[in-house]
Design a binder for this molecule. Sequence first.
Ligand SMILES: Nc1ncnc2c1ncn2[C@@H]1O[C@H](COP(=O)(O)OP(=O)(O)OP(=O)(O)O)[C@@H](O)[C@H]1O
Ligand SMILES: [Mg+2]
Length: 252
Amino acid sequence: MTVATEIRQSVLERPETALLQLRDVHYTYPDGTKALCGLDLTIAPGEKIALLGPNGAGKSTMLLHLNGVLRAGSGAVYLGAEPINDANIRRVRARVGMVFQDPDDQLFSPTVFDDVAFGPVHMGLDEAEVVRRVTRALEQVGMAGFERRMPHHMSLGQRKRVAIATVLSMSPELLALDEPSAGLDPRARRGLIDLLRALPLAMIVSTHDMPMVADVFPRSVVLAEGRIVYDGDSAELLNDAALLEQYGLERP
Ligand SMILES: Nc1ncnc2c1ncn2[C@@H]1O[C@H](COP(=O)(O)OP(=O)(O)OP(=O)(O)O)[C@@H](O)[C@H]1O
Ligand SMILES: [Mg+2]
């Protein structure tokens, strides 16, 4: 048994130790598009999961459920023992850091500092601690020194890295990242991979970047048409040409 399967096995035996759970989550967009059709998923503390599947499979829709940006039409999302609801949404947002597919959905302040400080300020932390957290988060994503820059005057890769810093500054327990490596140059992509490997946090990361999956994520979940069609070891998936073909995934 790998370490990843051991962690998962122990959480399945003791569901109360799960960090986050989706239980039979269905979601239909207001225009009638059925995007999620009964998702069950358990994330253990510290687990690193790749979320795979073709365009339109439901990856972004699922990630938006993890911190309550979207609410399940039926079924529920549990953080620890609590279902996400209006009463606990602020606490949930501090514990689950969601980074959107498009950094322009995340960055709205006049300076990088203000964007990365936004979460800590709203957590009520004092000024010195806010500065400490902003400095650390920008260092983690390789963007130290950009504090005074305007986010909308930066490159896509720089904005993507700052977007990740806006959630790292809240010291979340779970990171939900939507295609973080798309559009990054090779050095920035390598930096992101090293960062994700080094962060001692649970994370679920949607991506089409199969070499990154092999490098970072012991567990893979594959979505197709709003359903989970594979949930298991990444290594097994990546070494099975027939499965990759079946799910429309590339060999790393
Ligand atoms: N705002 C919306 N209104 C209506 N339908 C939507 C909306 N956003 C997404 N959808 C639909 O929901 C389904 C799932 O889309 P989603 O964006 O979750 O896919 P994805 O797996 O993230 O795809 P990609 O790899 O292209 O990012 C698709 O059929 C999509 O067309
Ligand atoms: Mg998407």
